[in-house]
Design a protein around this ligand. Sequence first.
Ligand code: SF4
Length: 371
Amino acid sequence: MDTLQKLDMLSEASQYDLACACGTGKDDRRKRSADGSWIYPVPLPQGGHSVILKTLLSSCCSNDCKYCPLRSDANAARCTMTPEETAKIFMEYFRARKVFGLFLSSGVIGTPDRTMERLNDTVKILRYRHNFRGYVHLKIIPGASDAAVQEAISLSSAVSLNIETPGEKYFSQLSDSKNFLNDIVRPVKLMSNMTAKGEKFSRVKCTTQFIVGAADETDRDLINYVDAVYNRLKFQRVYFSAYQPGLGASDIPGEQRFELQPGDQLTREHRLYQCDFLFRQYGFKKDELCYDPSGNLDLTRDPKQVWADAHPEQFPIDLNRASREELLRIPGLGPTTAKKIIKLRKLHRVKALEDLGIKGKQLLKAAVYCC
Ligand code: SF4
């Protein structure tokens, strides 16, 4: 195999990791570039979009994560790139202005530290040999030593380690070879401490990902963990990846949930992202979310509407008197519209949502909750 063939295979295999912010749209998780390689669109911090080269270093793995198509006993195509060839191919893409940055992960080649050494070596070649100062997001391999994690953070613009499940109880349903406390919690705490406000590496962003529906966790379990990731670990983002039946081992709960319709896990993923937005942009707290008796979100309505319907005493909200926080509680209205309302009402009374250019389904949804 030449490097391009390996890159094609490894880049395609990296599609399930969303912790680099790619894949926020439904259909844009990856695209073929003009030369046929996989590239991944990502939103830029300053607005707009660009593309990154996102790839694994290796699709070999000695771990047994039962939801993963690359687990050691799965019949997957395997190959490995060296740090030298990964750095070289990335620089070719970067110099040709095809990508602006790199997301690099890997299956576990032998041991976590041996794998981290290869990941770190790739970035060292980029930073010191090619003088590349741009964006590099490195995956922290579960179980890596503190020294390897520290080196990765010192080399990167962003790092992520997938927590995967809300706690040890669910984690043990999905892996016999990984230990939740040592392999996940320990490095995640180190990432948090090293990148905390005021620390030397506070510029480095930390993110994580949960796999949704591979174990039998509830949405309430996930949301409680998401809250801790934001408020205790101070990570910048949480991502969710719906488990896709057929990819994992037959003995995990995600393969046995016959009550779920095709697409339900994706809807669940979407509802969890809506909750994540409610925390980050709408001022909601975790205990305000409403769950069904089994501890799960309503798949048929967005979580803000479920909250609004459970609190009729708070509505209708007066568009001309409400604070920004109150406006953000109206289903169908977001931060941009709330800002528009506040600006407009300084000039004249807001008579109707139509005055703000709101129409269609959004209008029908919001009109019920305001006056
Ligand atoms: S460590 Fe687990 S999730 Fe990562 S590639 Fe190996 S089997 Fe897959």
